[in-house]
Structure formats: structure tokens, C-alpha cells
Design a binder for this molecule. Structure first.
Ligand code: CP3
Length: 353
């Protein structure tokens, strides 16, 4: 058994009773924190920070120094996998991710290697081991990856996209070629998440940020199918505990029943779903994580507290809820509003347990 001092988060993901609802915040380490901006400045740029285990460890712990969070999340990025495949990830200030090498032909896809984490991404397990040591059992550590579909969107589009024109053209004109890419990414993600678990990640989340831009049939074919293979390929027992798997498809609220069928332990919800209705649909089969609209953090402490109360009330009594935002916290947010969110979840949720 691990010596966790606070295991609310892991217990809630496994639908076990807790004393209060656990909370963490997607992108909890990031540019809304002045100490993060200062540390990134010192590192030079974002990727240097990710690739330096000591720096990644420091930044992972920053939000835990400020807020009473129930989990830490590895500081890294989903795009480390395409970077390790040789695409050359870089970030232009304020412009989002870009790749030095574009994926343009069938040959480009056929030539892509499958990632071996130990040799291609050693800085990630190194950071995890260091963070576990520094956390010393205070809260569990979350590892993560992008979904194959979401990673493929960045690789095929060459960066962020509004209409996903290139990858959708490939999906409908040459689905077999896209499948070759998605299969390579699936094997890479399985290796990557198993390496994170072996290094000490105590739960893992798959970010399917762009699954929601697909039709129902295309979501099954190009995203969910591969996430199900990943869930089946993970070593979800470590240190005498289950390592819960959370699937987060932004815009995926219409597909909860089929996401449950992957065998994941928990589903992340964006803010477009009503928490109570989602709970009624999934029943006791999975836990739910979410789902405050991150825009609410731009309002006031009073509004944050009242909106937190509404989501807790909508979920209702009993186990299986991890509080979070419906998507990542944005750089313009006042950290005091995040503090108000975390404290409100703990104080207002006691009566439901
Ligand atoms: O949650 C955490 O605190 C852990 C760290 C984390 C980052 N990225 C740090 C980051 C996590 C879990 C991610 C995941 C990620 N990265 C996703 C999935 C989650 C989501 O938001 O939907 C996606 C799509 C990416 C790809 C990515 N990385 C983009 C589009 C960008 C630019 C975004 C922007 O706001 O400019 C990044 C960069 C990035 N990843 C930053 C951070 C803190 C900002 C980089 C900086 O410091 O300049």
C-alpha cells in the first residue's frame, strides 16, 4: 500500500466514500500564476521547462503551495509524443504549438516511428520520479497523454486549427492512411502511459480535446476505438492500488454511454453537460469529473462559490465525483478565484458525504 496522506481523489475515481469532494484544476500549473511565468522565463522557453525534470517538478508543485488541491498533475504537454516522433515541436510566443517538420504524404506517416518512452522521452519518467519524491505522499500524482485523434490533429494540421480541414479530408478520403497514423499513436501512448505508471503516476488522464469536432460515427471510428485500445493496454495495478483511467473528450457529452463501454474508471465532462443528468446516464459504472465553465473564474468570489454549489448540488449525495473545470484555466484568471473555487468545493461538499 502506498503511504498517501490524502487519497480522496483516488477514492472518488474508484467510487469509494470520501469525507469531502476532491478537486484539481486542468492546467493548474500555468501562466495565470506569476511564479510559473517567472520560472518559465528562467528556463528560457516552455519546452526547456518540460524537458528539465527539476524545473518540471518545481512547476508541478507551485499550485499546491497556493491551493488546497487534492491532486498534482505532471507538468508536461500532450505534444511531447509527436516531438519524440521527430516532428520538432516549438512554441512561438502567443501563437500556440508548431512543428518544424510537417506530415504531408503517406510516406511521412509510414516513416514515423513508434515512441519508446525510455529512450525517446526519458525526461518524463524522470520528472515523475522526482515529483513523487518531493510530494512525499501529500496527494496523488496524475500522469497524462493526448488521445491519438487529438495528437493526430496537431500533426496533420501542423498546429492548432479551427476547421480541421486537412485531417477531416484525410479521414473521409483516405481513412486507411489515417488509421496507420492512429495505430502508431495508440502504441506510443500505451508505452508512454505505462512508463508514467511504472515511474509513479497514480492516475492517468487522456485528453481528447478535439474528439468533439467529429460526428458520432467518426468519433467511434477515429477517436473512441483507439482510446478503448489504450484503456485495455494499460497496467492499472501499481503499488497495491488501482491506477484509475480518466477519459476527457471535450464536446463528448452526447457519447457518455459509449465512453463508459471502454472500461475507463472516470469520464471528464466539459461544462455543456448538466452534472446530475450525466450522473443519471452513467449510473454507478464510472466516476465523473468536472465541470465548471472556466469562464466563471472571470467573475467574482461570490459567483464562483455559488456556481460551485450548483454543480455539487446537481451531482448530489454519494461517491464518484471529482470536481474540476470543464476545460483548462486560462492565463487571464486571478489566482484568488482559483483559491475560492478549491475552498468552496471542500466546504460546500461535506454535506453530500
Ligand atoms: O494541467 C496541467 O497543469 C499540466 C500541464 C499541461 C500543459 N498542457 C501545460 C502547458 C497539460 C495537461 C497540457 C495538455 C495539453 N496541451 C492539451 C490538452 C488539454 C487541453 O487544454 O485541452 C493540449 C491541447 C495541449 C497542446 C498545447 N500546449 C497548446 C494548444 C498550447 C498552447 C496553448 C496556449 O494557451 O498558448 C500548449 C502550451 C502549454 N501547455 C502551456 C502550458 C502551461 C503554455 C505554454 C507557455 O507557458 O507559454
Amino acid at each position: 500500500m502506498s503511504d498517501l496522506k490524502n487519497d480522496r481523489f483516488l477514492r472518488a475515481l474508484l467510487r469509494q466514500p470520501v469525507d469531502a469532494t476532491p478537486v484539481w484544476v486542468m492546467r493548474q500549473a500555468g501562466r495565470y500564476l506569476p511564479e510559473y511565468r517567472a520560472r518559465r522565463e528562467r528556463a528560457g522557453d516552455f519546452m526547456s521547462l518540460c524537458q528539465n525534470p527539476q524545473g518540471a517538478c518545481e512547476v508541478t508543485l507551485q499550485p499546491l503551495e497556493r491551493f488546497d488541491l487534492d491532486a498534482a498533475i505532471l507538468f508536461s504537454d500532450i505534444l511531447t509524443i509527436p516531438d519524440a516522433m521527430g516532428l520538432g515541436l516549438y512554441f512561438d510566443q502567443g501563437e500556440g504549438p508548431k512543428f518544424r517538420k510537417a506530415i504531408e504524404s503517406a510516406k511521412d506517416i509510414e516513416d514515423l516511428p513508434i515512441v519508446n518512452t525510455a529512450s525517446d522521452l526519458p525526461y518524463v519518467p524522470d520528472a515523475i520520479r522526482l515529483i513523487r519524491r518531493e510530494l512525499n505522499g501529500r496527494v496523488p500524482l496524475i500522469g497524462f497523454s493526448g488521445s491519438p485523434w487529438t495528437l493526430a490533429t496537431y500533426m496533420i494540421e501542423g498546429g492548432s486549427s479551427k476547421d480541421f480541414a486537412k485531417i477531416k479530408t484525410m479521414a473521409y478520403s483516405n481513412p486507411d492512411l489515417l488509421a496507420v497514423l492512429l495505430e502508431k499513436l495508440t502504441l506510443s501512448v500505451i508505452d508512454y502511459l505505462n512508463a508514467q505508471i511504472a515511474a509513479g503516476a497514480q492516475a492517468v488522464q487522456i485528453f481528447d480535446t478535439w474528439g468533439g469536432v467529429l460526428s458520432t460515427a467518426a468519433f467511434q471510428q477515429f477517436s473512441l476505438k483507439y482510446m478503448a485500445q489504450i484503456v485495455a493496454g494499460l497496467n492499472t495495478e501499481a503499488e497495491g492500488r488501482t491506477v484509475p483511467v480518466i477519459l476527457f473528450t471535450k464536446g463528448g457529452g452526447g457519447w457518455l454511454e459509449s465512453v463508459v463501454a471502454t472500461g475507463c474508471h472516470a469520464i471528464g465532462l466539459d461544462w455543456t453537460q448538466d452534472m446530475g443528468e450525466a450522473r443519471a446516464r452513467v449510473g454507478d459504472r464510472v466516476a465523473l469529473q468536472g465541470n465548471l465553465d472556466p469562464a466563471i473564474l472571470r467573475s467574482s468570489v461570490q459567483v464562483v462559490e455559488s456556481e460551485v454549489g450548483k454543480i455539487l448540488g446537481s451531482y448530489g449525495s454519494g461517491e464518484g465525483h471529482v470536481f474540476n473545470l470543464g476545460h483548462g484555466v486560462t492565463p487571464d484568471i486571478d489566482p484568488r478565484h482559483v483559491a475560492a473555487l478549491v475552498d468552496a468545493v471542500h466546504s460546500l461538499s461535506v454535506k453530500y458525504h
